[in-house]
Design a protein around this ligand. Structure first.
Ligand code: FPP
Ligand code: MG
Length: 298
């Protein structure tokens, strides 16, 4: 049924009646469509569900186009990013087109769902701004980081699951919690993979977060675990393009202080909570999605 979501997005793009925009859209790589999966698993395959999933994916795609401009990224999902191939202006406008068309469509799906999703996009934008601010200097402000993570990533998953629950007449708060925990864990694991994976698997350079100024949980925990001299060395690598020795130093220090397992355990706790919740409701597909998330390649 994910196919139906793809077709719906293509239809929405076709309705814009702009050959250039259609050609730009065709060049964008699709992600895992995780938000659509959640929506379809929670609410089934009705036309309203497919439309809701399509709008969420368009909003998510728009946010990534803008994010790549903000992060000055070269690659997205293993291919050259639109800002890098066609310039920032094109990427920004393509993002604007995707998300304004998505909102136009949302307004005729359901006022309540439009409200839930537009509120998440406000959070998304607040989160991206917080991310920019937090990336300006090294910090160990875990609360600020987790709040930003919730806003930037979990809020749209939370809103997707809640919207689907509204469509299906299921308890909103329970599914909100599911989407929220999944979103938090997803981003926490993404932060871990940035350190443990190679660039080929990631589709973008490895150990890139620290270079971009992003002090993710493993870096905070590492800083706290290090002696003064090593702390100074770690800080000297912040925002630096790392050579092989420096990258190895970070990975070795993370290993020595068991940082990855500590960060992974935190993500796992969030996931276990929702696996139990979904199993108690007989939602085995949803608990399986959660299980798959903690089994991503490390
Ligand atoms: C990726 O973060 C970024 C997001 C999940 C959200 C970006 C949100 C905005 C730009 C707000 C504007 C919203 C709209 C709808 C236009 P990341 O840089 O940590 O992850 P990455 O490694 O995938 O780039
Ligand atoms: Mg980015």
């Amino acid at each position: 049924m994910l196919n139906a979501v793809e077709r719906k997005i293509e239809q929405y793009i076709y309705e814009l009646n702009d050959a250039y925009v259609s050609s730009l859209y065709r060049r964008l790589p699709h992600g895992k469509r995780l938000r659509s999966k959640l929506i379809l698993k929670i609410a089934g395959n009705s036309l309203k569900t497919v439309k809701t999933a399509a709008t969420v994916e368009m909003i998510h795609g728009a946010s990534l186009l803008h994010d790549d401009v903000i992060d000055d990224a070269n690659r997205r999902r293993g291919v050259i990013s639109l800002n890098a191939s066609s310039g920032d202006k094109t990427a920004i406008m393509m993002g604007d087109i995707l998300y304004s068309k998505a909102f136009f469509e949302l307004s005729s799906i359901s006022p309540l769902i439009a409200k839930v999703i537009s509120n998440a996009v406000v959070q998304l934008s607040l989160g991206e701004l917080a991310d920019v601010e937090l990336s300006k200097s090294f910090h160990t402000n875990r609360d600020a980081y987790l709040k930003m993570l919730y806003q930037k990533t979990a809020s749209l998953m939370e809103a997707s699951a809640e919207s689907a629950a509204i469509l299906a007449g299921k308890p909103r708060n329970v599914y909100r919690k599911y989407g929220r925990n999944l979103g938090m864990a997803f981003q926490m694991i993404d932060d871990i993979l940035d350190i443990t994976s190679n660039s080929k698997t990631l589709g973008k350079p490895a150990l890139h977060d620290f270079f971009e100024g992003k002090v993710t949980l493993p870096y905070m925990y590492l800083y706290e675990a290090l002696e003064e001299e090593d702390r100074v060395y770690l800080l000297s690598l912040y925002r630096k393009r790392l050579n092989e020795d420096e990258a190895l130093w970070i990975r070795t220090a993370m290993n020595k202080h068991e940082i990855i397992s500590k960060a992974y355990f935190e993500a796992k706790e969030l996931i276990i909570e929702v696996i139990r919740l979904m199993e108690s409701l007989g939602e085995s597909d949803l608990s399986n999605i959660a299980k798959e998330m903690i089994e991503r390649e490390f």
